[in-house]
Design a protein around this ligand. Structure first.
Ligand code: ASP
Length: 503
């Protein structure tokens, strides 16, 4: 791991000339520029291509970050004072969980001095890097992950033979801009690629090759960057705890000895899947297994049997879905419902849970609450008036006599029907109901009763008709009949005309 400050290493006079000539860059006084550390791990962004027009044939993790950063100077120096930690230079898939632990400590170390950290990685597992850091970094300052879908250059150095349309330089520039802006303070880790900002917990790689590969299904992006303008229009749930100690996760890796993190794995389910993978992982000493089940988490019979045997051996399971979005609920003995976590994210949370507690109920609570928003305003309906200007409804006191029915001046608002806040639906023993037997409830089995234009009192209702009186009703009926007959005659004649003469 090497640390350099490329901006400080530039001759000051050269930098001053560069900053003065850079078009469209508003320069802040050096002492006012936020300090951003780039921690580089490699990936396609540092890739060397075979040719300037070669996007898919390249060697990832080749150029050092100091070399790449020099290519986006002096522009980046106009708004940030940047230094570099070369943590490694490899493809994203080459990193171990032990190295993830070291990366967390490196980020925390950098944030002691810096205002923000940008971590560059390969995009293949960037979402895992991001969620790991989101779960473990004990600092409220911004952490931004970025990388590229196209290699940086095709020359001996990052400054020679730049790949045509390479996205790396722009992504690096914008990631530093986002970190320096401070706008994601208390957001935890975010991922910025292709000018889009995503929450680490929810983002996933959605395409093998496209520059806009990262998507956040169901929830969407947190914001975007247009030129120099950072727009953040949504926040991850943990921002709600910004001022509380609860903002910090329980996973402080400075308390964990090197080499002591447990193994957790993922088993994919499909038609007539076998149970051998679960058995083999259990025999190998794996402490937690995430099942990527079908639909809402179902698994076939054989893995179901193997799961029961593994649970008896003390293995914890997290039940997730292979569908790519949606929630898995329920749980049971030895099984935690992964909620809306994708299997690869659930696996990291299961790993950290096994490292930090022996109590599966504690782990279950972390799965249910860490990073998950809980917006239920229904209780406010009992104490707040729904209309502007009115004072909040007074809370009834035990000394006041109960009001006579119908005697209240103000209409009262009943809370919406539904289970009381915090009450959970009964938990099934097996999430998704898929095992044993693999059967699932058909989607949309419950027909909805109300709604649509036919509901009583809605915009399409005819409740007002009787109020008009018999004579008016009669006149309206005659008028409606006349319209019907006239319209039919007109349509018939027009059709005859069209048949005879064309349009
Ligand atoms: N293709 C990957 C990337 O986009 C390689 C990697 O993940 O290291 O960076």
């Amino acid at each position: 791991m090497t640390r350099t400050n490329s901006r400080r290493a530039l001759p000051a006079a050269l930098l001053a000339v560069g900053l003065a000539l850079a078009p469209g860059t508003a320069t802040a006084a050096p002492e006012d520029r936020p300090h951003v550390t780039i921690i580089a791990t490699g990936g396609t962004i540092a890739g060397k291509a075979e040719g300037r027009d070669t996007y898919t044939s390249y060697r990832a993790g080749t150029y050092p970050m100091s070399d790449m950063l020099a290519q986006i100077q002096p522009e980046v120096g106009a708004f940030a004072d940047v230094d570099v930690v070369q943590f490694g230079n490899a493809g994203s898939g080459g990193y171990t969980i032990e190295q993830y632990r070291e990366l967390t400590l490196a980020v925390e170390d950098a944030l002691e001095e810096s205002d923000a950290v940008v971590v560059t990685t390969g995009t293949d597992t960037m979402e895992e890097f991001a969620y790991w850091l989101d779960l473990t970094v004990q600092n409220r300052k911004p952490v931004v992950l970025t990388g590229a879908m196209r290699p940086w250059a095709a020359g001996e150095t990052a400054g020679e033979a730049g790949v045509l349309g390479a996205d790396g330089p722009a992504n690096l520039l914008q990631a530093v801009r986002l970190g320096a802006s401070g706008q994601t303070y208390c957001f935890g880790t975010v991922l910025m690629l292709n000018d889009e900002i995503h929450a680490a917990r929810d983002v996933t790689k959605g395409n093998t090759t496209r520059n806009d590969t990262f998507i956040t299904r169901q929830l969407g992006v947190l914001g975007w960057i247009d030129g120099a303008d950072v727009h953040v229009q949504r926040a991850p749930a943990r921002v709600l705890d910004c001022a509380q100690e609860e903002w910090f996760t329980p996973f402080d890796l400075s308390e964990v000895a090197a080499g002591s993190l447990p193994r957790t794995e993922i088993v994919y389910n499909y038609q007539q899947a076998g149970g051998e993978a679960i058995t083999a992982f259990t025999e190998a000493g794996v402490t937690g297994i995430v099942t990527a089940g079908t639909g809402a988490g179902g698994i076939s019979s054989a893995p179901g049997q193997a799961r029961r045997a593994a649970i008896a051996e003390g293995v914890w399971f997290a039940s997730s879905s292979r569908t790519g979005s949606g929630t898995v609920s329920g749980g049971g003995t030895g099984i935690i419902a992964a909620g809306d976590l994708l299997p690869q994210k659930a696996r990291l949370l299961l790993l950290l849970s096994r490292a930090f507690t022996q109590d599966i109920e504690q782990a279950r609570e972390w799965f249910a609450t860490l990073g998950t928003p809980s917006f239920d305003q229904s209780a406010l309906a009992a104490v707040l008036s729904p209309t502007p200007g009115a004072a909040p409804a007074p809370e009834p006191t035990p000394t006041e006599p109960a009001p006579e029915p119908g005697a209240t001046a103000e209409p009262t608002t009943a809370p919406p029907a539904g289970p009381p806040a915090g009450e959970e639906p009964p938990a099934g023993e097996v999430p998704g109901g898929g095992e044993p037997g693999g059967e699932e409830a058909p989607d949309g089995a419950e027909p909805t009763e109300a709604g649509g234009a036919g509901g009583t009192g809605g915009p399409g209702s005819a409740d007002w008709l009787p109020a008009l009186g018999a004579p008016v009703q009669g006149a309206l009926t005659v008028a409606a009949l006349a319209l019907l007959v006239g319209g039919t005659l007109y349509a018939y004649r027009r059709r005859a005309f069209t048949v005879a003469f064309g349009e």
